[in-house]
Design a protein around this ligand. Structure first.
Ligand code: OAD
Length: 263
């Protein structure tokens, strides 16, 4: 049954419903056939756990804050307390939420087919790991970990800091920062290398819950496609990677990913 633009209900099927169903059916078959699947996830995969995304209008973090202020080394140096407190808030939020059906399906698939999947995430919330996914390639670091802002002195000890916002080294004043990748900073090289190798080697890439706006992460989908893999996008809205995809599945990650993976 289909609602027309004018609002009346027709008993004829919508033109888009069969094509959406066909895309989902095709994508399920590609999952079954694939020798190796690379999965790239973004903030949307954690949205149904209650973790805000970045770019969604109204609810995304970047609708409330400027990324330049909250996610750059310059922003941290200019307003260390404000930035530290924001990451502390995000840490407490993540501690209160649970992995959702999408995280669990990816973990179950990896446990059933450990040789067939590489999971790459832009997320720093640790929910894939808490769901049981082994060996998650975290491109943007780990929200729950700390590191030093500047080169550590011989006395810099993350277990022994002055308790402040942010904590700092009593000897040299070096400040503690979250171990996440900020704009303008390099990604962890070994992690990026492994993710790029998986993108080039896979025969199917699933791109789940990312706007596809941040590189080099988004470039993994282009690499996979260029190397001959099929690409499937799962997203509630249009993304910058829709044009790269062989199939675009409109829906929430928690609904679509379990159906796609059959777990
Ligand atoms: P964005 O906030 O840019 O995009 C989230 C995407 O998820 C959007 O395309 C939404 O349409 C989609 N989405 C929302 N809810 C969804 C749901 N329930 N199911 C499926 N899709 C859903 O987040 P990312 O693309 O992950 O980097 O952002 C990439 C990077 O930009 C982040 O890692 C972060 C950010 O600035 C750093 O902090 C370095």
């Amino acid at each position: 049954m289909c609602r027309s633009p004018a609002g009346s209900v027709s008993t004829k099927p919508c033109a888009s419903v069969p094509s959406e169903l066909a895309e989902l059916t095709a994508a399920i078959a590609w999952v079954r056939q694939a020798r190796h699947i690379a999965v790239l996830t973004g903030a949307g995969v954690s949205a149904e756990s209650g973790v805000p995304t970045f770019r969604d209008a109204q609810t995304g973090y970047w609708a409330q804050f400027r990324a330049e202020d909250m996610a750059t080394p310059e922003g941290f140096r200019a307003h260390p307390q404000q930035v530290w407190d924001w990451y502390q808030f995000r840490r407490s939020l993540v501690a209160q939420v649970q992995p959702n059906a999408a995280h669990r399906a990816l973990a179950a698939f990896a446990q059933q087919h450990p040789e067939r999947i590489t999971l790459v995430t832009q997320n720093v919330d640790g929910l894939h790991q808490r769901a049981g996914s082994p060996q998650v390639l975290c491109l943007h670091g780990d929200l729950l970990r700390n590191r030093w802002l500047d080169r550590p002195c011989p006395h810099c000890d993350l277990e022994n800091t002055v308790d402040a916002h942010p904590p700092y080294c009593d000897a040299c004043g070096n400040r503690v920062r979250p171990d996440v990748v900020w704009f303008g900073e390099p990604l962890p090289l070994a992690v990026l290398d492994a993710a790029q190798a998986a993108a080039r080697a896979c025969d199917l890439m699933l791109v789940v819950g990312t706007a596809g706006a941040v590189y080099p992460a988004a470039g993994l989908a282009h690499s996979a496609r260029a190397a001959g893999a099929r690409v499937v996008v799962v997203n509630t809205a249009a993304s910058a990677l829709d044009d790269v995809a062989h199939a675009v599945l409109r829906g929430t990650a928690a609904a679509v990913v379990p159906a796609l993976l059959g777990v």
